[in-house]
Write a protein that binds this ligand. Structure first.
Ligand code: PLP
Length: 410
């Protein structure tokens, strides 16, 4: 008799986006002529940059010719891409990496979800709250938590991030072995300074902990002085794994390419207390369970690093960040408390007096025909907040803000 993994039953269903879809469908049925604007999803809307399209086309042609055809590639990714990642994304920050410290993958979602496999089941996990749900759910699946109660899983350390602490998580009181940090942050759109991030690196060094650093929105950083990589912090190469993706800087959400950096100096411990390099374990995991990203896709990603590619992704980011500014300033002008949106494509707002996350969702949909994401869906500390994203078109974003200004009766 086959038994299921009971840990899966601890997870609530995909409540957030299913509930949003249900409420939007009902609203549309009741108001068929309403022109709904969606500022809820974290998916990009602009097409792939021209340079990427050129790279993809050329690679397709190579696959048509026996002389240049490629079959299985290296599981870790082709050197032509890894070398460009290191040179452009890290050497410019003064960070030196070896080719075998970068693992190309089909997405940061897979990598941030799979990485926990190389850690023992008894590790104590800390996550910021609110949070990108993948970190928590994958640890629940693996059995690293107890049951959920009052919106929190037993055994997990929740690091509250709210307006009161300026969205800066405090170091955990109880020792944490694995710490997930995401900056610029989804959903709050906030960042950590180098000094703040250094506190985490120092904590990890002092406690033998590992930081799993999700930098999916790194390219959106506009202000100087904000770390683009955790490896800008001294000592981080001993304690941190970093995740990056082409999804949000180059529009690869449907094309799928990302990479994870596991420096060979990052060590965890065996049961007898000796150190073991996580690079070796991740390499073992990837070579066993993953057969690499398609050559064609990696050639598309390589084109991101051409001069034209770099300019085109800058233009894309500027486009979305102009939306972020429109949203941020528009909401502020009607007296709402707004966070994020300066170094990230997410705007996190405090719901007005008298509204929780879901009642504000309904209010925005009913009054202005705009769909956002209730903060409570990202964790208990997200209650009383609401997320809007800058990934729409400039026209619809402007229209959305005009509607909020003129139609939202608070
Ligand atoms: N990490 C964060 C914080 C995200 O918000 C997302 C997607 O929204 C991802 C990772 C997933 O990235 P990918 O498309 O590379 O799987």
């Amino acid at each position: 008799m086959a038994l299921i993994n009971e840990n899966y039953l601890k997870l609530p269903g995909s409540y957030l986006f299913a509930e949003i879809a249900k409420r939007v469908t009902k609203f549309k049925d009741d108001n068929p002529s309403a022109n709904i604007i969606r500022l809820g999803i974290g998916d990009v809307t602009k097409p792939l940059p021209e340079a990427v399209i050129k790279g993809l086309h050329a690679a397709v042609d190579e696959m048509a010719d026996a002389k240049t055809f490629r079959g299985y590639g290296p599981e870790q990714g082709y050197a032509f891409l890894i070398e460009k990642i290191i040179k452009t994304d890290y050497e410019t920050l003064g960070v030196k990496l070896d080719v075998d410290e970068v693992f190309v993958s089909d997405g940061s979602k897979s990598d941030v979800g799979n990485i926990q496999e190389i850690f023992g089941v008894d590790n104590k996990v800390a996550i910021t709250d609110p949070v990108y749900p993948v970190y928590l759910d994958t640890n629940v699946m693996a059995g690293r938590t107890g049951q959920v109660s009052g919106g929190k899983f037993a055994g997990v350390t929740y690091l509250t991030c709210n307006a009161e602490n300026n969205f800066i998580p405090a170091l955990p009181e109880e020792k944490a072995d694995i710490i997930y940090l995401c900056y610029p942050n989804n959903p709050t759109g906030t960042t950590l300074s180098k000094q703040e991030l250094k506190k985490w690196v120092d904590y990890a060094k002092a406690n033998g902990s590992i930081i799993l650093y999700d930098a999916a929105y790194e390219a959106y950083i506009q202000e100087p002085g904000i770390p683009h990589s955790i490896y800008e912090i001294e000592g981080a190469k001993d304690v941190a794994i970093e995740f990056r993706t082409f999804s949000k800087n180059a529009g690869f959400t449907g094309t799928r390419c990302a990479f994870t950096v596991v420096p060979k100096s990052v060590m965890a411990y065996t049961a007898d207390g000796s150190q073991y390099p996580l690079n070796k374990l991740w390499n073992r995991r990837q070579t066993t369970k993953f057969n690499g990203v398609p050559y064609i896709i990696q050639k598309g990603a390589e084109a991101v690093y051409t001069t034209e590619g770099q300019q085109q992704i800058k233009d894309l980011i500027n486009y979305y960040m102009a939306n972020a500014k429109t949203i941020r300033e528009g909401l502020k002008s009607i007296g709402l408390d707004v966070f994020g949106g300066v170094n990230a494509p997410y705007i996190w707002l405090k719901t007005p007096q008298g509204y929780d996350s879901w009642s504000f969702f309904d209010k925005l949909l009913t009054d202005a025909h705009i769909v956002g994401t209730p903060g409570a869906g990202f964790g208990p500390a997200g209650e009383g907040y609401f997320r809007l994203t800058a990934f729409g078109s400039q026209e619809s974003t402007k229209e959305a803000i005009e509607r909020i200004k003129s139609k939202l009766s608070l």
